[in-house]
Ligand binder design. Structure first.
Ligand code: FES
Length: 92
């Protein structure tokens, strides 16, 4: 089991490999806004403030570069959990 914390007030425990970070967060009522769910809009961008996510795929990395995102920013609809992680939603 891994623990996902979004901002400092909401957290939940989830099993790894349950889908994208966005899917897991949505299933557990965690507050990450989203739009396209396919890595095109950037609305689901989150900043990893502690812990880690699975390594970004080449497709996600290309999208992050296209959005000129700073280090530590990931797309919840593309990222997958890899252990305990604390996140800050960028587009609240
Ligand atoms: S929901 Fe649009 S990029 Fe993730």
């Amino acid at each position: 089991m891994s623990k996902i914390t979004v901002t400092s007030s909401t957290e939940t425990k989830v099993a790894e490999g349950d889908g994208s970070l966005l899917e897991v967060s949505y299933d557990n009522d965690l507050p990450i806004p989203f739009g396209c769910q396919s890595g095109k809009c950037g609305i689901c961008a989150v900043k990893v403030v502690d812990g880690k996510l699975a390594e970004a795929s080449r497709a996600e990395q290309a999208i992050l570069e296209a959005f000129d995102c700073e280090a530590g920013v990931r797309l919840a609809c593309q990222a997958h959990i890899a252990g305990d992680v604390a996140l800050e939603s960028i587009n609240e």
